[in-house]
Design a protein around this ligand. Structure first.
Ligand SMILES: [Zn+2]
Length: 319
């Protein structure tokens, strides 16, 4: 954490059970065992796997060593399969502006706890139109790219500002103008992107507000909640059209876009609230020690070197 950065008064939550400052003796033991196991299997990478990350996986599996290891190694396999390092360095999304018109997703300032606020609006999402502009694969890659940026740039900047480690965000899901038919169609896409969050980026949801939820959604939600993790369900609040007072318990109106009932009006010349991307991650004071893409993206392990050689050989042959 950059020492010279000016700290800002934020609400500091009690350290959550299972986080680094709040571990039981038993959890400490499992944590050490988990690290030792990864080292033994040659899967521990110093630059990539910090304690916060390992603890997120442990919490997601209630400190069950075998289950945590299974989850973690599945995640590592997935990261290899999508070539995460290349993705962080080289991902390009020139269609972003067009995609944004159909499916606005953006970060906008921080909540009272200092956590980044993430807003999604599903009202204009038309998958048919969307996949005329881009592909499902690119949407998923963009989603992953944004997760990596969240971990490596937004969280560290927010932590520098707040003076405590921040690793969760505050999400607003706006269902305004979402018809049930449209929601059903978009559901499979939403399911696949939330599966990525659950399996590969666990324990990063601080809180979620679903706003402008239609009545039918509320009753469907009641039906599906037993299928979801109770800890996650607790973090999600379903609100109808009068959501402001609930939201303002957690977010200052100044930090919430005016078009959603707050007071913020980011300048139109920078794209307004949904395109300006304001927050500590844009402020020099809080980003001195922030590096993007992360250093480890430029480090190749043995397996990657071998693969690269094989690819080069195949290319030579093809020529
Ligand atoms: Zn704004």
């Amino acid at each position: 954490m950059a020492e010279e950065a000016k700290k800002v008064e934020v609400l500091t939550p009690e350290p959550k059970p299972g986080t680094i400052d709040n571990l039981t003796e038993e959890q400490k033991k499992t944590f050490e065992e988990f690290k030792a196991l990864l080292k033994e299997k040659n899967e521990f990478k110093e630059e990539e796997h910090n304690d916060y990350l390992l603890l997120r996986f442990l919490r997601a599996r209630n400190f069950d060593l075998n289950k945590t290891y299974e989850m973690f190694s599945n995640c590592e396999k997935w990261r290899k399969s999508i070539k995460i390092k290349d993705l962080c360095i080289n991902f390009e999304f020139p269609e972003e502006e067009e995609v944004h018109k159909l499916y606005p997703r953006f970060y906008h300032k921080v909540d009272k706890y200092g956590r980044p606020i993430y807003i999604e609006q599903l009202g204009s999402l038309d998958l048919k139109k969307l996949f005329n502009i881009t592909t499902e694969e690119k949407m998923i890659n963009h989603h992953v790219y944004e997760y990596e940026k969240l971990i490596h740039t937004r969280f560290p900047a927010c932590s520098n500002r707040a003076g405590y480690h921040i690793e969760t965000s505050c999400t607003i899901m706006d269902l305004k103008k979402v018809g049930l038919f449209q929601f059903a169609k978009a559901f499979s896409f939403i399911k696949s992107s939330s599966a990525i969050a659950q399996d590969y980026y666990p324990e990063m949801l601080g809180q979620m507000f679903i706003i402008n939820a239609p009545m039918l959604f509320t009753s469907t939600w009641k039906l599906i909640t037993p299928l979801l993790d109770p800890v996650t369900v607790k973090k999600i609040k379903i609100l109808g059209g009068k959501y402001e007072s609930e939201i303002f318990k957690v977010i200052d109106p100044e930090n919430f876009p005016k078009f959603l009932g707050g007071k913020c009006e980011c300048p139109e010349c920078t794209g307004g609230c949904s395109r300006t991307d304001p927050g500590p991650w844009k402020e020099e004071e809080y980003t001195k020690d922030v590096q993007w893409p992360p250093k480890y993206c430029y480090i190749k392990d043995e397996e990657e070197k071998t693969e690269e050689k094989a690819e080069e050989k195949a290319e030579e042959k093809a020529e």
